[in-house]
Each structure stands twice: as C-alpha cells, then as structure tokens.
Design a protein around this ligand. Structure first.
Ligand code: BGC
Length: 884
C-alpha cells in the first residue's frame, strides 16, 4: 500500500528513535549493487522503552543532498525494518543513486537516516564487452596443469576519476592491478550452479591506477570448475578450460572513458604454481616464478596468446559475503618421539598453514594435513580418502614466506617435512571461511556445553565456504542438502547466514529437476549416482531452509523467490502418495547414520523410512501453506494445508505404534505435529522411557537428531531432556566433547570408546572410510541450546525476532545461562542465574520488537502480584522467580 508524499498529515516528530545503518540486502561488500530492485533494511536506535515501528518511507535522489530527481515510496505501513520497497524505477547499470529512510513509530516520525550511496553493477548481459579468455595451452586440459597466468598492460594518460573492475573466472581467480591485489577474497567467484548462474565481483580500483603503463593480471586456479570433485574421481565437471573474464571501466576527470576487457590482446603463461587443487593441495616451485610479471615494465613478448572461451551461465553479481582468511594465529611445530615435526593447531579447522623461515641451500618442503593422529602419532589420512591434502614447495636459498594458493584443508594437525638447512621462524594457522558476521553467542555454567557450542560454531565456519558443505577435508566437500536442512536453524542463529543461504537456494532452484525432485548435492555434481536424489530430508532443504531464513530474519523476499521451488518439491512428494495418503516404497537416505544402522549401510536406519518420508512431506506441505498465506495466495495455502492434514492423518493411522519404537519416531510424531494434540504427552512419556532405557544415549541419525530435544521439551519431559543432553557415553553429544572433539563429528563415535578411530567402512568391497571430524549435522542441537536452555527464540507468528519467545528451561544442574542474538531489530538477549531459592532473569528486547516471557515449569514470580505482562516492549526487563 502506498501513498504520495505529502498525502498524509504532518506527524509529530519522534526524536527518541533514529533509523541507522541503511543498507540493501546485499552482503557482498562489493563496490556495486547486485540487483536492479534492491530491498532495503535499516536499524532502529533508541534509549527509549517500548519502541514500535508502524511504517517507513524511503526516498531516493540523484544527489546526497536529495535536491534532484527525488522519488519516494510514500508512507508504507510495516513493522519490519527490512524488506523496504525500492522507490521509483529499477536501478540501471552503472547508475549512482542515493537513498534515505525514516520511520513512523508509536510516537511520531523520526528524522531521516544518513544517506546511502548505491551504484548499479553490470546488470544486463549486454553490458559485457569482455569475453572469457584462456592461454592457448590451457585449453582442453582435463589433467593436472600448471596454474595459468594472464596479463594485459595498458596506458593511462589522464587523471582517473573512478575505475571499476568487474571480474570473474571459469575456475577461481586472484587478480592484481599493478602488482597489488584487488581484494583479500579467496576462491572467487565461489561455487554456483555454473551452467545456470555464474557470479562476478565488482571492485573499486581507482586508487590502484597511475599515469603511464598499468597492468591488470590474474591467476586462475582449477577450483570447482576443472578440479577434482566428488569421491568418484570426477574432474573437469564444468569444463576442461579455465579462463578469465574481466572488464575494467575507467572514467577520467575530463569526462572521457576507457574500457580494458579480456580480449585477444591479453597474454598468457605459467609460473611457480605447478598444480593447485582443493582435494590434493598445491605444488609451488619458486624457481619458476617470473619476477615482476604482475607489474608494468615486464617483458611478456615471450608469452603465448589467448583464445576466447564461451561462458555457459547467466552473469550475476555475488551478493553473499566472500571467502577469506577470517582468523590467523601462531602455532609451534614440535618433534614427536619418532622425529616427526608436527604442528598441532589445537583446533580442528578449515584453512592452511603459512610458513616463514630461511633455507641455506633450498630443497622441498612438504606439508601434509589431517584431523586426527593415529595411535602411533602419525597423521590419520585414511579419513581423507583420495584427497592428498598436501602442499609442496620447492624453494631456493634465502628467506621464504610460503602459503598455498587455490586450496584449503580440513585439519588440526600438519606434518612438516623440511630439507636440511631449513629453519622456521614462524608458523601461522590461517582459518578460511565465508566471512559471515557472528550474530549469536551462548554461554552457561556447564563448560562441556560451552565446548559443544564452540564445536558447532567451528563446524559451521569450516563448512560455510562458498556453499554449505558436508565436510572440509575428504574427497567430498559438497553441498549435501540434508546436512544444511537440519542445521539451518542453528546456522541462522550463530552467524548471519541470510545472504549466504539465499544465494545457495537460488542454485538449488536451478538444479531442481522439472518434476520437482531436489538433488542430494547442490550444485549437483553426482549425476547418475544412486544417491543423486536422496529423497526426504535432503529434498526438504527446498522448503525448510527458506523457512529457517524467514523465521530467523523475518524477510518474505526469500519465500517469494523460492516459492516455486518449495512448491515443486512438495508437489513431487504428493505425486508419490498412495491411495491411503502415505509415501511408501521410494529410496530415501532416511535417518542417515542412526547409530543402530549397520556401519556399512547408514541409510538402513532403525526408524522406518516410509514413515519419515510421509511425516516430512506433511511438515513441508504445512510450510508451503504458511508461505502461500504470507504471500497472499489464499487458495494455494488452503490446498497445501489440506495436503498437510491428509498426509499427517494417514501417517498417524499407519505408523502410530510402529513409530513409537524409536527415539526418532517419537520425536517426529511430536515435533512435526503428526500425532494428534491429545497424544503428545503420552508419546513424550514413551520417548522419555526410550531415553531412560538407553541410559541417556541418543539413538537418532541426521534427521531425528535436531528434533529429539525439542520434542522432549514440547512434551514437558524435562528430566529426560537433560539426561539425553548431558550423557557422556557413546552415542551422545558430550561423548564427543569429553573425548577431545573441537568440531562436530560425522559419526557419534568417530573415536571409539577404546580410543581407536572408527573407520566406518561404507561398503565391504571398496573398504572406503567414512569418518569426518567436521560435519555439522549433529550440531543441529545448537538451536535448542539457544531456544530452550537459554530460552530465546524467534516466534513464528512474527518472525525475525519481531516477537521474541523467551522460554528458558533451567535444569540439569546448570546454574546460569545466557544467549545474545544480533537480530534484524538489534540485540536481543536473555541471561538467567539460579540458586536453590531464586531464579533471576534479565531480558533485553531491541527497539521495534516485543516479547512473550514463559515462566519455566516449577517456578513462579516471587511476588505473585507482579505477574509479567503478556507482551513485553523494547528495553530491559528483570524478573525474579521462586520455586513453586
Ligand atoms: C556426506 C553426508 C551426506 C551423505 C548422504 C555423505 O558422504 O558426507 O553428510 O549427507 O553422504 O549420502
């Protein structure tokens, strides 16, 4: 709903609230704006209590003083400081525009925010005059090849006003202007469904140019395009040629322009990087370095020419944060009893080592990586399967400072082989990840749970690398859809995962089959494998990841963009229903890695996979119905509501007693609303009995695990909840913790109780090891730590923490807990401390938000006259409760 500026009455000013940090929903940090119709967001700053936003207005102008070409959204009723409409016409390529916002609060209208400058990127395919180019000898090479280098020198003879570089690669690139890197980003342009969408970056390179000769240069790693991918030994999945696509647009002070684009004038060669591969690592020979090749004055007449290469996908600017080194710390190599030189980073992680030192006469340095050590102290590399995870440097005499290019490793330990005469001055551990903002923190009085929380976070860091991956170390590192489906609510609480997962969901939609089936890995690189379509739980990433984003960040935009994909997946499932309304007989990965499944057949879980399939379908159909309602498609909503009810009823009829035989079965019946309301407490008791019988050991796989604690909480089974959470025996979350885990393990018992490593034989005939120490799926428990133990959750009725649900569950001997989330409204937090007689709580609600506070079971307000109001407004609130 819009109206013209001036149409409304002059409102009272509200000077107690300030709209701040106006930005778009683009988190790339790039120079230009990725979308022609960006959606805007802002923060509300205020010291006042009870602040609410009722409406906003966004103005746009051609200048920061808002004097020319002003257009406005008018007053738009909305309680949300995001999903702000774009005023006026779509942004054009290269157009510069200014925006500002103000909001109507419960008291009046605020002042305007500081202006935001936006510049359209290359928004249309026809804006590109550049063509991808590759050095001739790099064309059609599917085996290991030296990393191609490209350079182009050009003259600048006038004063530069502004220069933009739009750049991408078939492969992954690093790029320099006059020898200086254009950014600190790694593995650009990331990994997408390249055949459909190919990302590029835009950089402000104005300050890197000078009068005279300039050089634009790049190195192109194989990356996901041409490198090894999958455990099946596939390579060059997207093409056997890597190439650079670059377009530098220079504006001079005198109004003239120049464009330096990849074309036939570029020159190509190779240098010190003999090989670079994600799985295998890199090999660098410093004697092959061509000194000065990135700088002006270098003679490239001996370099070869380049040839144009077609680009298969549509070009789109990246809108998610880039991959980079997000943290560095020093580590000391130590000799073990066998004379091995081992670096222990004391944290399992994703990244690489940087080595600085001196060599008397040179030689070869080899760095091998592993997540754990064998009993004899050697690196345990069986878990890496075919990934060599080895960086090799051939060096000469003198000082060196070495780090690998175009690769990363999942490791805690590294073994260094140094030639005689080499001494190390420093070893730096470089942690590599998609650089997402850490928005959540959790802490409580039980250090084992704090370590569990830390392990979950490190697994997210290690696996949020361009796409959400299963693991960072072995020959997979793929976008397994089931893993992120279960982990998304936790992911969205720990780190701002919005733009990152939105980008991946766009790929999911591109890779979805025309019948609605969703591949098990996105991007889909396992075509033809029996697991290509992993069915339920994996395919539900299409519905449940957008829903998790909506719940955590409140935006409807993701539901709008993904709606067809969400619906496609549920339509596929509903086309598989039998007459009874159940989904029976299809292949599903199911409750993968349930500890009761045979070690070589993790898909043969103890909970009936047809029951899981039917339950998930009912649950996902419910989410599609909810999304349709929010988007205003009432008829569609009714259709999916009916479907959800019909399938839930049929599932209950068919499996009501069979499902209650397992922890996962009971958890699904409760958490997915399959069981009728009046059955919940009985099933809760049954689940508690199962937990009791297993002496607190968990018995669920990837799909049951995120649901089991929420189900026990929902059913009011407080003691069983803590029995399961705090159990230290295998299988259990704390079993990993007390056995020294610093990230989440793929298998509950990746290290067996006798201390040996569970190789988890997958198939007797290929003796493949399937044991990763960095898999976040079981870390899905993280959301429960926030939502129930500490007690802070977004309420589905008003997502994005517009309405906060504070419902702490003190128990398990825990005496204090706190959690804080940088929500779209600002910081939301809870802190509780208990002793035998009191429970003190502090709540923080950001401006624009409200909250419910649910008094925990067994407690009541100290002063029974002082009941908490039903709805708390923004500000700080304190309660003291006494046992009742
Ligand atoms: C991956 C998983 C994935 C599973 C499904 C494994 O190899 O590492 O995390 O979801 O396969 O088949």
């Amino acid at each position: 709903m819009q109206c013209e500026p001036g149409e409304y009455l002059v409102p009272e000013p509200d000077l107690s609230v300030c709209p701040v940090d106006l930005c778009t929903d683009d988190d790339s940090g790039l120079a230009c704006c990725a979308k022609p119709v960006p959606s805007l967001r802002w923060g509300l700053q205020s010291d006042r209590e009870g602040v609410l936003q009722h409406a906003y207005e966004i103005e746009r102008a051609a200048d920061p003083g808002f004097s020319t070409g002003v257009v406005s959204t008018g007053r738009v009723p909305s309680e949300m400081p995001f999903d702000g409409q774009w005023p006026g016409a779509a942004l054009a390529s290269r157009e510069v525009t200014w925006c500002r916002a103000r909001v109507w609060t419960d008291r009046g209208v605020t002042g305007w925010s500081a202006p935001l400058r936006l510049e359209g990127t290359l928004l249309e395919q026809k804006d590109w005059v550049a063509r991808p180019v590759s050095p001739r000898s790099n064309v059609g090479r599917s085996g290991t090849v030296a990393v191609p280098l490209l350079r182009r020198s050009f003259g600048v003879d006038k004063t530069v006003l502004q220069a933009r570089l739009y750049v991408t690669a078939l492969g992954i690139f690093e790029c320099w202007v006059n020898g200086r890197p254009v950014s600190s980003e790694l593995f650009e342009p990331g990994w997408t469904a390249y055949r459909s969408r190919h990302l590029f970056a835009s950089y402000d390179v104005s300050d890197l140019l000078h009068e005279g000769e300039n050089v634009l240069s790049a190195a192109i790693g194989d990356g996901w395009w041409r490198g090894n991918l999958t455990w099946m030994g596939r390579r060059a999945i997207y093409g056997d040629t890597t190439a650079l696509l670059a377009q530098m647009e220079i504006k001079y002070h005198d109004g003239s322009r120049a464009v330096i684009a990849t074309d036939g004038f570029w020159r190509g060669s190779t240098g010190s990087m003999l090989a670079a591969d994600f799985y295998n690592g890199c090999e660098i020979d410093l004697s092959r370095e061509q000194p000065g090749w990135r700088e002006p004055g270098f003679d490239d007449s001996g370099w070869e020419d380049v040839v144009p290469i077609p680009l298969p996908g549509r070009l789109e600017q990246r809108s998610a944060p880039p991959v980079r080194v997000i943290r560095q710390f020093g580590a000391r190599p130590e000799r073990d009893g066998e004379g091995r030189l081992i670096v222990d980073a004391r944290q399992n992680l994703t990244g690489y080592l940087r080595l600085a030192g001196k060599a008397d006469s040179g030689g070869t340095i080899v760095v091998r990586h592993a997540e754990v050590l064998e009993a004899d102290g050697s690196l345990q590399t069986a878990a890496l399967r075919s990934a060599k995870a080895t960086d090799t440097y051939h060096i000469g005499p003198g000082d060196f400072d070495l780090s690998p290019s175009f690769t990363y490793h999942g490791f805690r330990y590294a073994e260094l082989h140094l030639p005689d005469g080499v001494s190390l001055d420093a070893v730096q551990v470089c942690v590599v990840a998609s650089d997402l903002a850490e928005i959540g923190s959790f802490e409580c009085s039980d250090d084992r749970l704090n370590q569990l929380d830390s392990n979950v976070r490190w697994s997210q860091r290690g696996n949020f690398l361009a796409i959400p991956t299963d693991c960072p170390q072995r020959d997979e590192r793929l976008g397994w859809t089931g893993d992120i489906q279960v982990f998304a609510p936790t992911a969205c609480t720990n780190f701002d995962s919005r733009a990152f997962l939105e980008s991946w969901l766009a790929d999911l939609a591109c890779e979805q089959a025309s019948d609605g089936q969703v591949p098990s890995t996105v991007p889909n690189v396992i075509q033809g494998h029996e697991f290509e379509f992993g069915g339920i739980g994996w395919g539900d990433a299409a519905t449940l990841v957008p829903w998790a984003l909506h719940e955590a960040y409140g935006s409807k935009v993701v539901l709008e963009r993904q709606f067809d994909s969400m619906r496609g997946w549920v339509d596929w499932g509903s086309s598989r229903l039998d007459e009874a309304g159940t989904w029976v007989g299809d292949f599903h990965l199911g409750d993968w890695l349930d500890p009761g499944a045979p070690p070589d057949r993790p898909q043969d879980a103890t909970t009936d996979r047809d029951f899981i399939a039917s339950s998930y379908l009912a649950f996902s159909a419910g989410k599609v119905a909810a999304a349709a309602r929010l988007l205003g498609h009432e008829d569609t909503a009714q259709h999916y509501r009916d479907l959800a009810c019909r399938v839930a009823e049929a599932t209950w009829r068919h499996w009501q007693s069979a499902a209650q035989k397992t922890q996962a079965g009971c958890a699904i019946l409760i958490a997915f609303g399959i069981a009728p309301e009046e059955e919940i407490s009985g099933i809760g008791r049954r689940l508690a009995t199962l937990v009791e019988r297993s002496e607190g050991r968990i018995a669920t796989g990837f799909l049951g695990t995120p649901l089991v604690l929420p189900a026990l909480t929902l059913a009011g089974q407080h003691d069983a909840t803590f029995r399961l959470l705090l159990n230290e025996q295998a299988p259990g979350w704390l079993y990993q913790v007390v056995n020294g885990a610093t990230t989440m393990w793929e298998r509950w018992d990746a290290i067996l109780p006798d201390g040996s490593i569970n190789r988890g034989i997958m198939a007797a005939d290929d003796a493949e090891c399937m044991t990763s120490f960095n898999h976040y799926a079981y870390g899905a428990v993280g959301a429960w730590l926030y939502r129930s133990l500490a007690g802070i959750a977004p309420d589905e009725a008003k997502p994005g923490y517009r309405l906060i649900h504070f419902a702490p569950q003190p128990g398990g001997g825990i005496t204090r807990a706190r959690a804080r989330i940088e929500s779209p409204f600002g910081p939301a937090a809870i802190r509780w401390v208990r002793n035998d007689t009191k429970l003190h709580l502090d709540l923080e609600i950001p401006p624009g938000a409200q909250a419910h506070f649910q008094v925990p079971q067994g407690w009541a307000p100290e002063d029974s006259g002082a009941q908490a109001p039903a709805l708390l407004g923004s500000g700080r609130h304190r309660f003291t409760l006494a046992p009742c």
